[in-house]
Design a protein around this ligand. Structure first.
Ligand SMILES: *Cc1c(COP(=O)(O)O)cnc(C)c1O
Length: 388
């Protein structure tokens, strides 16, 4: 099996040849700490499961192939993967970060890593000039997400890679929202891709995990060395569940997107809705860029309700199929209230500057029947008007 095969085929076969010991068609859960050696130093490639485990290796090979890189590293959570990627910088280094950032990443960058002498500056990365202006002689890394959370803003991958290369820095892209099915940042010159596999890759909201993918061998060696030294690995069961989810990523993403389009069609023009944020809509500010660097627009969207906070709260309480909760990317639909949930830690003026209002609601559109989803949203909009 190799990288000439198409995405759907690689998702099911790369790293997943029949088990050499038994012929098991599905990669077994190698629930073992250690591997017996024939004589001192003679083993079959595995010694101790922190360093390497065959179930985890299958997942890593598959994820690397789907991102178009040669090396994959699985971690116990998306945050552990992000912390793993930060092992590529050292005390005294400077990192330019897109300010539209996952809240947990912001917490790591603002409250933990500065204690180790790493310096961060935040910029509006939708404006590449702003990134250029923030670069210093100490800049070693650019960190971006695209599309961003929750308003699905687009950041130009090629422009960021050019700035990184010109300044001897590495471009890291958190590709959790787009997934490798819709976007491969390495193709556009990014050096490192990170994922929370908890979301679309796992896809069933039943396992926390993360991954880092690179194509450069030197970066891979640093990642392998530091992950083994720090220990943030997933267990074999979690690796196995994530790999099982990954097999159906393509099918699920097609359904997520088809349903998101139906939901957008339903919402646009409704009197209760001031604005719909979805990169598939031609007047979305990132629409053209999305067409250039993505193969689709995904299953995430946000809407601003006319009635502000009371309307948004009533809407979130009234949905039945869309469960109110953190997370995204599972087969089940979720609704979230960024103002106090995912972005609750940001000050009000910062949220307003990002375009998030008290009336903004985020939807992770699942793969239920779209008619049922629209009926659920209609009831929620009616509740939002009564209250709003
Ligand atoms: C959820 C998420 C993370 C963190 O992942 P965990 O698996 O929850 O640790 C990082 N980045 C993005 C974009 C996310 O959505």
């Amino acid at each position: 099996m190799d990288n000439r095969h198409r995405f759907e085929t690689r998702a099911i076969h790369v790293g997943q040849a029949p088990d050499p010991a038994t012929g098991a068609t599905i990669v077994p859960v190698y629930q073992t700490v250690t591997f017996t050696q024939d004589e001192v130093g003679h083993h079959k490639g595995y010694e101790y499961s922190r360093t390497g485990n065959p179930t985890r290796a299958a997942l890593e090979e598959c994820l690397a192939s789907l991102e178009g890189g040669r090396f994959g590293f699985a971690y116990g959570s998306g945050m552990a993967a992000i912390h793993g990627a930060m092992q590529l910088v050292s005390a005294g280094d400077h990192v330019v970060v897109a300010d539209d950032l996952y809240g947990g990443t912001f917490r790591l960058f603002s409250e933990v890593l500065p204690r180790f002498g790493v310096h961060f500056d935040y910029v509006d990365a939708t404006q590449p000039e702003a990134i250029d202006a923030a670069v210093t002689p100490e800049t070693r890394m650019l960190w971006i997400e695209t599309p961003t959370n929750p308003l699905l803003r687009l950041v130009d991958l090629s422009a960021c890679a050019e700035i990184a290369n010109r300044n001897g820095a590495k471009l890291v892209v958190d590709n959790t929202f787009a997934t490798p099915y819709l976007q491969n940042p390495l193709e556009f010159g990014a050096h490192v891709v990170v994922h929370s596999t908890t979301k679309y890759l796992g896809g069933h909201s039943d396992v926390i995990g993360g991954a880092v993918i690179v194509d450069d061998e030197e970066l891979a060696q640093t990642l392998q060395f530091t992950r083994n030294a720090t220990g943030g690995i997933p267990g074999p069961w979690d690796a196995w569940l994530t790999l099982r989810g990954t097999k159906t990523l393509a099918l699920r993403m097609r359904e997520h997107e088809a349903n998101a389009r139906r939901v957008v069609e339903f919402l646009v023009g409704r009197p209760e809705v001031a604005r719909v944020h979805y990169p598939g809509i031609p007047n979305h500010p990132g629409h053209e860029l999305a067409q250039r660097q993505m193969r689709g627009f995904g299953g995430m969207l946000a809407l601003d309700l006319e009635g502000g906070e009371p309307a948004a709260r009533a809407f979130c309480a009234a949905t039945q199929l869309f469960s109110l909760g953190e997370s995204l990317g599972g087969v089940e639909s979720l609704v979230g209230y960024p103002w106090s949930m995912s972005h609750g830690a940001f000050p009000a003026e910062e949220k307003r500057r990002k375009g998030i209002t008290e009336g903004t609601v985020r939807l992770s559109v699942g793969i239920e029947h779209p008619d049922d989803l629209c009926t659920d949203l209609e009831r929620a909009l009616e509740a939002a008007v009564v209250t709003g």
